[in-house]
Design a protein around this ligand. Structure first.
Ligand code: HEM
Ligand code: HEM
Length: 194
C-alpha cells in the first residue's frame, strides 16, 4: 500500500468536510456539546455516504488515484459514513433520552420525510451488512441498490430538519449531491457497456 498516495486521496475530502462542519458550529453556536455532536456527525456522515456511492461509478479512477482497490476505497467511505451516522443517532438518543427517536414516523408524508433519517439508518445498515457478511445471499446487489433510496431520504431529512442545512450554500450542496447520486446508476450502466 502506498500510504502517501492514499493519504493524498482521502485527506482532502476529510479536511474539506471537517472545515465545513467546524465553520457551521462556529457560525451557529450552541452551548450544548451533545447538540454540537449531532450536527457535526450529520454534516460529516452525509458526504461520506455520498463518496461511497460516487466511487462505485468510478472504480478504476478511485483505484488509480488512491492506489487502493475499489472495494477498499468504498469500504473506507462506507465505514466513515456508518460510524458517524451511529454517532449522530446515538447523540440524538442521548439528547432526547428515549429510543423512540429511532422509530420511523408515517403519520403524514411530511413527517415521514422530516424524520427520514430513521428509515435511512436501518437501510444503510442492512445494505452494508448484506454486502459485507451476506455475499452468499445472491441478491445482495439488489439489496445494495437501496443505498440510493437511503441517500435521497437523508438529503430530504437534512434539508427539512437540519440547522446547518438551512443555508443556501448547504442546500445547494445537498441538491447537487442528490443529483449526482441519481446520475450514478446511469453512469454505471453506460460504463459497463463500453
Ligand atoms: C454506507 C454504506 C454503503 C453505501 C452507501 C454503498 C453504496 C453503493 C452503491 C450505490 C453501489 C453501486 C450499486 C449499483 O448501482 O449497482 C455500490 C457498489 C458496491 N458496493 Fe457498496 N455501499 C456501502 C457499503 C458497502 C459495503 C460495507 C460493502 C462490503 C463489501 C460494499 C460493497 C460493494 C461492492 C462490491 C459494490 C460493487 C458492485 C458491482 O460493481 O456490481 N458496499 N455500493
Ligand atoms: C434514527 C435515525 C436519525 C434520527 C433520529 C435523526 C435525527 C436528526 C435530527 C433531530 C436532526 C436535526 C439536528 C439539527 O438541529 O441540525 C438531524 C439532522 C441531520 N441528519 Fe439526522 N437523524 C437520523 C439519521 C440520519 C442519517 C442515517 C443520516 C445520514 C447521513 C443523517 C443525516 C443528517 C444530516 C446531514 C442532518 C443535518 C445536520 C445539520 O444541519 O446540522 N441523519 N437528524
Amino acid at each position: 500500500m502506498n500510504r502517501s498516495r492514499a493519504l493524498a486521496f482521502f485527506l482532502p475530502p476529510l479536511v474539506l468536510f471537517s472545515a465545513i462542519a467546524v465553520y457551521h458550529l462556529q457560525a451557529i453556536p450552541s452551548p450544548d456539546p451533545v447538540y454540537k455532536a449531532i450536527r457535526a456527525a450529520g454534516m460529516m456522515a452525509y458526504p461520506a455516504s455520498f463518496l461511497a456511492i460516487v466511487t462505485s461509478a468510478f472504480p478504476k479512477e478511485a483505484t488509480s488515484l488512491s492506489g487502493e482497490s475499489f472495494l477498499r476505497v468504498h469500504h473506507i467511505f462506507a465505514f466513515w459514513g456508518l460510524t458517524l451516522m451511529l454517532v449522530h443517532t446515538g447523540a440524538i438518543w442521548a439528547s432526547f433520552g428515549t429510543p423512540a427517536v429511532l422509530v420511523p414516523q408515517s403519520g403524514t408524508l411530511r413527517e415521514f420525510f422530516l424524520f427520514g433519517g430513521r428509515v435511512a439508518l436501518p437501510l444503510f445498515i442492512l445494505t452494508a451488512a448484506t454486502a459485507k457478511f451476506g455475499r452468499t445471499i445472491k441478491f445482495w446487489r439488489k439489496i445494495h441498490l437501496l443505498n440510493y433510496a437511503a441517500f435521497i431520504l437523508v438529503t430530504i431529512h437534512a434539508v427539512m430538519i437540519g440547522t446547518d442545512f438551512d443555508s443556501s450554500p448547504m442546500r445547494a450542496m445537498a441538491y447537487t449531491f442528490a443529483a449526482v447520486v441519481m446520475a450514478v446508476p446511469i453512469i454505471r450502466f453506460f460504463r459497463k457497456r463500453l
